[in-house]
Design a protein around this ligand. Structure first.
Ligand SMILES: [Zn+2]
Length: 277
């Protein structure tokens, strides 16, 4: 995946971010509040990085960063949604489900984007939201989790969470490619690339190999950068290489000394979200 664009975007945001003057509490400076549709609590997006005018994420362009301002979770009840449609009325059944299942981790979701996405994804699944929307939310969640990786090392719990989310993404991407593939050949190949690469990264190189080799064979449609990446990753999969190059330890040679490999993925812990009924 592209590793430069997130940093460029962050730099641009830092350059143009202007602190708000006025009535809002300091912690929420510059951020618009959104009323919770369940209890009216004034709720704020956690981050201010990423897109300046958050909109509903439905087009599956492959996102390259976390966009923590795209999701909001209520600190009181834990209801979470895209910022752009957060205040939309919620039906009684969903309201009851939120109160029973999300309230205990509401504060956490309001402060931690990984938990905000976790709540959001559960609600998207519950209401059977379009595949693309669910994949988009999961991809963002995986990017938020990637930021948790300690500099120069890895944390088995973080790696396990990332692997869990990535497996969910691959399941939905495979379903999307079967049932509702993108019309544009290039977009379809981008999905296929993401499916192949995530399959490799969750430790299934044998399954990743044919997927990535197929994308590599169509590299002319995919464009130079992604085409070359597909062929490189196909080659890695063929050699059973499941390592991810993007780690702080590799960017920062001094920190690389502290690197220790992640433990193999284990069964989900009890901190994993409860699947919606
Ligand atoms: Zn609420």
């Amino acid at each position: 995946m592209c590793t430069l664009r997130p940093y460029l975007a962050l730099v641009l945001v830092a350059l143009f971010a202007v602190p708000a003057i006025g009535s809002e509490p300091p912690a929420h400076e510059g951020r618009e509040s959104h009323a919770c549709p369940l209890d009216g609590t004034a709720t704020f997006p956690i981050g201010s990085d990423g897109k300046t005018s958050p909109k509903l994420y439905t087009d599956l362009e492959i996102p390259t960063q976390a966009y923590t301002n795209l999701v909001v979770a209520c600190p009181k009840c834990g209801y979470a949604s895209w910022t752009s449609d957060f205040s939309r009325p919620v039906d009684a059944a969903t309201e009851g489900w939120v109160k029973a299942n999300l309230a205990t981790t509401a504060r956490r979701a309001a402060e931690d984007p990984a938990w905000a996405y976790r709540h959001h994804v559960q609600l998207l699944n519950r209401r059977n939201a379009p595949l693309r929307e669910r994949i988009g939310a999961l991809v963002f969640q995986s990017y938020v989790l990637k930021r948790r990786r300690p500099r120069g090392g890895s944390d088995p719990n973080v790696e396990r969470e990332i692997a869990t989310v990535r497996r969910d993404i691959t399941t939905l991407l495979a379903q999307g490619l079967r049932e509702d593939p993108p019309k544009a050949a290039r977009t379809r190949l981008e999905w296929a690339y993401l499916l192949g690469e995530l399959t490799r990264l969750v430790g299934e190189p044998a399954n990743a190999k044919p997927l990535l080799a197929d994308v590599c064979a169509q590299k002319d449609t995919l464009g130079l950068t992604l085409g070359k990446m597909a062929c490189d990753q196909a080659d890695k999969a063929a050699h059973k290489d499941t390592f991810e190059e993007y780690r702080d330890g590799l960017i920062n040679p001094a920190a690389a000394i502290a690197y220790k490999p992640a433990e193999p993925p284990a069964a989900p812990t009890d901190s994993a979200p409860t699947p919606p009924k």
